[in-house]
Write a protein that binds this ligand. Structure first.
Ligand code: ZN
Length: 412
């Protein structure tokens, strides 16, 4: 029996990568009145394709349900992410000389947090964002934004209107696309003959090496080795001519794509280097994927051990942040408000709500100053430095920070 077909190559999915049990959708925050209602839980079971080695989830919810108006993620609330966007813009303009005659198109442009930097540099922009509330925030800030899902159909439509992209970018969107081949076909259609595509996504190699099982959640359909990303683009007549490793989200890749027939882009040595690194890891060998599920179980045991011991010693523990990865972690580990009393988040859209599944309440970060907990569990561990700097005052009463991944660890 197979669990369906690979969303890239169509081979039957037979090999479990990691089964995280049943979990609610990670962005399905609850209001107080919803706490007594039935909450949908879905299997969170990742498979690895034995043919192309794409790690993937089956799709249970349609993207329209996931990215509805209630979608609570506004990019602009993270300082680290804003700085990442600003530096990216500078790098792209410097390297590819985009100017007033260019068009930069961002897919899943959120509230316009990134395109604002191109706009300030007088480079024309277009955002494409399916979540209407995020798109409205962008339009209000003067960033032209279409409230649409990107795919081949929209690309053809835009091209017919005379629009095509000098730079076509998507950060953390490739992983969230259910119809992967249709999406990449759309990139091919919308790209100018000498245009550049950049896409960022968490690198599967890091996920495995650093035990980042909490980055697996329902809205995140695909987990790529570079090896597989290259095949996905090649199938649509696109080549990857460069790649960079980034520290974002615990270790991401930024890939650079162009038309296969574009002779103006030399292929960087970094492409062969990364393919070689992945080959040495055994990325195209199913045996390399066999230990991951056990690592996740060990991490769960260590986190629970820490929390239970701390509670037994009379300590108080609260969370910081309400990211998607936190929901996977807390649901998989079975951590409820008896262990982690509450969490805090800077986004006013999340404050006053409850985490899905675990029903841990979310407050304004100020709550930590008022209640003086002993431990603060940083759920977005990928931005732990930023969190620790913002919350430096907790050291006044001797509070300590804890990260859950790659294993529970108290930071002094
Ligand atoms: Zn496959």
């Amino acid at each position: 029996m197979t669990a369906g077909a690979c969303r890239f190559c169509g081979a039957g999915l037979e090999h479990t990568f990691c089964d995280l049990g049943m979990s609610p959708l990670s962005n399905a925050f609850l209001s107080a009145s919803q706490l007594g209602e039935v909450e949908p839980f879905y299997p969170l079971h990742a498979y690895v394709c034995g043919s192309c080695f794409l790690v993937q989830l089956r799709q249970f919810e349609s993207p329209r349900q996931i990215f509805s108006d209630a979608y609570a993620y506004f990019s602009s609330y993270s300082d680290t992410w804003l700085e990442h966007a600003r530096a990216y813009t500078e790098q792209m303009v410097g390297r590819f000389k985009f100017g007033p005659a260019s068009l930069v198109v961002e897919i899943a442009s959120n509230d316009g947090y990134l395109l604002q930097y191109f706009k300030r540099g007088n480079v024309p922009v277009l955002g494409i964002e399916p979540a209407a509330n995020c798109a409205r925030a962008a339009q209000k800030a003067g960033i032209p934004t279409l409230v649409k899902f990107f795919g081949a159909e929209l690309a053809v439509e835009l091209k017919a209107q005379g629009k095509s992209a000098d730079l076509l970018l998507g950060n953390n969107v490739l992983a969230h696309v259910p119809a992967l081949n249709d999406f990449v076909r759309g990139l091919k259609v919308l790209l100018k003959p000498q245009g550049v595509i950049t896409m960022e996504f968490p690198h599967l190699l890091n996920l495995m090496r650093e035990n980042q099982f909490d980055t697996i959640y329902h809205e995140h359909f695909s987990y790529f080795p570079f090896f597989t990303a290259e095949q996905v683009f090649a199938r649509q007549g696109l080549k990857l001519f460069d790649v960079e490793k980034l520290p974002t989200h615990g270790g991401s890749l930024r890939i650079y794509g162009a038309h296969a027939e574009d002779r103006t882009k030399a292929t960087s040595a970094r492409v062969a280097q990364l393919l070689d690194e992945e080959a040495r890891f055994g990325i195209a060998d199913l045996r390399s994927y066999g230990n991951f599920a056990e690592q996740a179980k060990q991490t769960r045991r260590k986190l629970l051990e820490f929390l239970v011991d701390a509670k037994a010693a009379g300590k108080t523990i609260v969370g910081y942040g309400a990211p998607a990865k936190g929901n996977t972690l807390l649901n998989y580990c079975g951590v409820h408000s008896d262990l982690v009393g509450y969490t805090v988040d800077r986004s006013p859209h999340k404050q006053g709500k409850f985490l899905p599944g675990t029903h841990i309440p979310i407050f304004d970060p100020e709550r930590i100053r008022q209640t003086r907990p002993d431990y603060i569990l940083i759920l977005p561990w990928n931005i732990k430095e930023e969190v620790m700097a913002q919350m430096a005052h907790v050291r006044d009463w001797g509070a300590k920070f804890v990260i859950p991944i790659p294993e529970a660890q108290v930071l002094s």
